[in-house]
Design a protein around this ligand. Structure first.
Ligand code: CTP
Length: 404
């Protein structure tokens, strides 16, 4: 793969030397494009030696080969690490006053950036807006990580480690094998109101559903993401030009939005944690202890099973995927999963073990992938699990030969 690594003027540039080395070791052709400022941190000979290619910052070198756009045009992947607040602002505005700027404007390859700056700069509304602009254009943002910064201060702003940048960058290079598909993904936990201020909810963070939406969009799908409750920083990872977002609060709202969206979908993935029950009567006013005698009894009624209904009404060629969070483990987990898949009629059920300590609010996941014919498994980051789910969907649809 032809990879352009752009380096901007931050102390974290020294870590990018490792990133370039790892890319070279993995057999990639790497061209480093530093800004003039970046060379004050790590010098040109280092970049040339480590990348085994000539390095320049100027648009006026190698003019006969139209180098100012050639690198961007040839690139299969562009990584900007570290990406300073200044470069992020220039990217958002499309400024092309050096080789890095022209390369970024000339490329249609995936662009992955690893921001590095002080926490105040990262949180400044200008940077927040610029990052949102870049995300909306499909730029993938890795980090920044939280930890000690150069001035002795601490907080979000450290550039992510080279291994993390490399993993995310290689994920961004997935083939567009979902390009012809419209997929609907539900994510997050529904909330059933008891009264105007209280609700019954669950611990789902929405991370796995957001990872499914982001992975599908990166692989070319058109995605409708129907989000129940998800924190905004988690949801931010689903900002992509091919993802359209709808919000749903209760199970009934999720059902209505999903049923509508499913009409035109090739694949529906029910990753949302849907409340099985709602209160029979929502109180119009805030429930008060004054009107109880030390106990409160709530009458709950069952919500419709959205997944089962989608499976019953599926159109020919439509693939329905469910999730199941189970506290069982081992053989019992597998058996419960098998029964649930059959009961709900899903083509694929993604089963994970959850408990007080497992499965929620974490970055990693481990799942079983159950179809009528096969049992597969996947483990790793929620993004890696998401990729495995889409591989399994493609395999079920006969659009990929990789076995489950
Ligand atoms: N689900 C749904 N509608 C509901 C409840 C769940 O569509 N009212 C979906 C979830 O989005 C998930 C799958 O069904 O994809 C499994 O959810 P789970 O809560 O494990 O299933 P339940 O039917 O609640 O099974 P049980 O409570 O018996 O474990």
């Amino acid at each position: 793969m032809f990879v352009v690594v752009a380096v901007t003027g931050g102390i974290a540039a020294y870590k990018t030397v490792h990133l370039v080395r790892d890319l070279i070791r993995a057999g990639h052709e790497v061209h480093v494009v530093p800004t003039a400022d970046a060379l004050r941190f790590v010098g040109l000979p280092t970049w040339e030696a480590i990348s085994r290619n000539p390095v320049t910052t100027s648009v006026h070198d190698d003019v006969s080969r139209v180098r100012h756009v050639a690198l961007g045009q040839q690139a299969d992947l562009v990584i900007v690490a570290p990406a300073t607040a200044n470069t992020i602002a220039k990217m958002a505005a499309g400024i092309a006053d050096d080789l890095l700027g022209t390369t970024l404007l000339a490329t249609t390859a995936p662009v992955v950036i690893a921001p590095a700056m002080h926490t105040e700069m990262w949180r400044h509304p200008a940077t927040v807006a610029n990052i949102a602009t870049l995300r909306a254009r499909g730029v993938v943002i890795v980090g920044p990580a939280d930890g000690p910064l150069t001035g002795g201060d601490s907080g979000p702003g450290r550039m992510s480690e080279p291994t993390d940048i490399l993993r995310v960058a290689l994920e961004a290079r997935r083939p567009a094998d979902l390009a012809d598909l419209h997929v609907v993904v539900t994510a997050g936990g529904t909330r059933e109101p008891l009264d105007p201020v209280r609700y019954l909810g669950n611990r789902s963070s929405g991370r796995q559903g957001v990872a499914l939406a982001a992975a599908a969009a990166a692989r070319g799908a058109r995605v409708t993401l129907i989000a129940a409750h998800i924190e905004s920083d988690v949801l931010a990872a689903a900002t992509h030009p091919r993802i359209s977002l709808q919000r749903a609060g209760t199970a009934a709202e999720l059902q209505s939005a999903t049923t509508d969206a499913a009409q035109a979908a090739d694949v529906v993935v029910m990753a949302a944690a849907v409340s099985d029950y709602r209160v029979a009567e929502v109180s119009e006013s805030k429930l008060s202890k004054e009107s109880t005698d030390g106990t409160l009894t709530l009458t709950l009624v069952e919500n419709a099973d959205i997944l089962a209904a989608l499976a019953t009404e599926r159109r020919p060629g439509q693939t329905i995927v469910g999730f199941a969070a189970e506290t069982a483990s081992g053989d019992e987990l597998l058996e419960r999963g098998r029964r649930k898949r059959a009961r709900k009629g899903a083509d694929l059920l993604v089963v994970n073990h959850v408990g007080w300590e497992h499965g929620f609010e974490t970055a990693d996941n481990a799942v079983l992938l159950l179809t009528e014919a096969a049992v597969g498994d996947a483990a790793g980051s929620k993004r890696e699990v998401a990729e495995a789910v889409w591989d399994a969907v493609l395999s079920l649809r006969g659009e990929d030969s990789s076995p489950l």
